[in-house]
Design a binder for this molecule. Structure first.
Ligand code: UD1
Ligand code: CA
Length: 474
């Protein structure tokens, strides 16, 4: 490690080694104000459930164990979070203090720092939590509260300090005096505690307050009264600690996260034409020199390679896109697009579709669970499903793969250099061999051998002078 790197890492850790703490994330509440059957912490911000944001931030900042307190909709939370956390069920939601106390048995053998977080603060980042941990450790405090100065502190607990600036207690909005309500420094609901002191004090809290709940925040006042050291760290950016209690706050958080993502992408060399109509999920990766036109949604684990031009009006979900791909007016989900491809307008690429290099798909085309080989074209008005297509194939306008017999799906095979005439039905299972042609308007039910021409339509018969005779009759 170079000297300057070493210095940087000393700065980051405060010279006290690695962060190590147990994270307790509170996620048992219903979130009454969301008016939802979905547990609050599963509502998504940036395409990811809020509680996952919190767990990811805790892990990234050095948590050694992650305990999730679940209750309302607990099974659904467990399904979504999976093995990313250990679980404790809080059967009755009697308050944040009660929720933390529920984890006491799981931590009976632990004597160290616990970081308590709420599952409804999706904008947290690793840097902030790392800072909280090391300030707590360096201060040698029993408890350290992460605070923030909120322009609108309404709804939050207020941090009350004495004349010397020391934290004395936290009061909830509903229990605060008019003077206390004027305080703009709020409790973010994120703290570091020394575990032994925390649990011994928690067993002594009461629910003698406006909400009849066991408040975790009461522990702070109790520590101060007992002569323990309570420390506070102020977040540099209040937005990061925003707690989500309502749909309006959910939308606000979504907007903030979205702008952060777009800013990071622009900083890394991506052109975004319109910040207001571009929606890019947290985990999407985009290479430099990609241009994103308006009204574009990039979701899930989508990635885009350099030189690609995406939009307007594109929605990609879990789709991997290579280099120099041009796509407009298209929806693709769970697909792979290799390099130098053009797609659109009005294309639907459904799961399992892979477009090899130099493919062209456009103008009212649906492709499903299909491999399209190098340089092949599906330029107009087609449905191609459950198909394996070789290289340099040309699919004529209006071609339909008849892949479904009402019970089963069947595959169609179209080999290299085949040419399918317009308005062809390919009744699967069926194959068209290398270099074969299919005449326009054919309904192909038998395999077409390589180099053959498959014709499957009635022969044309012209009736001479039909019009004249017909008119004469009139
Ligand atoms: C809490 C804090 C408040 C702080 C705010 C920050 C208390 C008493 N108040 O208030 O000082 O400003 O967070 O956002 O702690 N939960 C449980 N079990 C329960 C109750 C709550 O797991 O019995 C969970 C909720 O699911 C939620 C978190 O704890 O994730 C916070 O609960 P919430 O009701 O949102 O607390 P606030 O009123 O926002
Ligand atoms: Ca809250």
């Amino acid at each position: 490690m170079s000297k300057s790197k070493m210095f940087e890492s000393t700065l980051k850790t405060g010279g006290s080694g690695m962060a190590d703490f147990v994270a307790i994330v509170l996620a048992a509440g219903k979130g009454t104000r969301m008016k939802s059957t979905l547990p609050k912490v599963l509502h998504e911000v940036g395409g990811k459930p809020m509680v996952k944001h919190v767990l990811d931030a805790a892990k990234a900042s050095g948590s050694t164990r992650n305990i999730l307190v679940i209750g309302f909709g607990g099974e659904r939370v467990r399904e979504v979070v999976g093995s990313d956390a250990e679980y404790k069920v809080q059967v009755e939601q009697l308050g944040t203090g009660h929720a933390v106390l529920e984890t006491r048995d799981m931590l009976a053998d632990y004597d160290g720092t616990v970081m308590v977080l709420c599952g409804d603060t999706p904008l947290l980042d690793e840097k902030l939590l790392t800072k909280l941990f090391f300030e707590h450790r360096n201060a040698g405090a029993q408890a350290t509260v992460l605070t923030a100065i909120m322009p609108n502190p309404n709804g939050y607990g207020r941090v009350i300090r004495d004349q010397t600036g020391r934290v004395v207690k936290i009061v909830e909005q509903k229990d605060a005096t008019p003077d206390e309500l004027l305080v703009c420094e709020i409790n973010t609901g994120i703290y570091c505690f020394e575990s032994k002191t925390l649990f011994s004090l928690l067993s002594g809290i009461t629910c003698d307050n406006a909400q009849g709940e066991y408040y975790l925040t009461d522990v702070i006042g109790m520590m101060v009264c007992g002569g323990g050291k309570v420390w506070a760290v102020a977040a540099d950016d209040y937005q990061k600690t925003m707690g989500i209690n309502s749909r309006a706050q959910l939308a606000e958080a979504e907007g903030i996260l979205r702008q952060h993502k777009l800013t990071r992408l622009m900083d890394s060399g991506v052109t975004i034409m319109d910040l207001n109509s571009t929606f890019i999920d947290e985990e999407v990766n985009i290479a430099p020199d990609v241009i994103i036109y308006p009204f574009t949604w990039l979701e899930g684990k989508t990635t885009i390679g350099t030189g690609s031009v995406i939009g307007p009006n594109v929605r990609f979900t879990d789709t991997v896109v290579g280099e120099n791909v041009t796509v407009h007016f298209t929806y693709a989900h769970q697909c792979r697009l290799c390099n130098n491809i053009t797609v659109g307008p009005y294309v639907h690429l459904r799961p399992g579709t892979v477009l090899a290099d130099n493919v062209k798909v456009g103008n009212f085309v649906e492709v499903k669970n299909t491999n399209v080989g190098i340089g092949s074209k599906i330029p107009h008005l087609s449905y191609v499903g459950d198909t394996d297509m070789g290289a340099r194939v040309n699919i004529g306008s209006g071609t339909i793969t008849v892949n479904y017999d009402g019970t089963h799906k069947h595959r169609t095979i179209i080999e290299d250099d085949a040419f399918i005439g317009c308005n062809t039905n390919l009744v699967a299972p069926v194959s068209v061999g290398k270099g074969a042609y299919v005449a326009a308007g054919s309904t192909i039910t038998k395999n077409v051998p390589s180099e053959a021409l498959g014709v499957a339509r009635a022969r044309q018969n012209n009736i001479a002078d039909w019009t004249t005779k017909h008119k004469g009759r009139k």
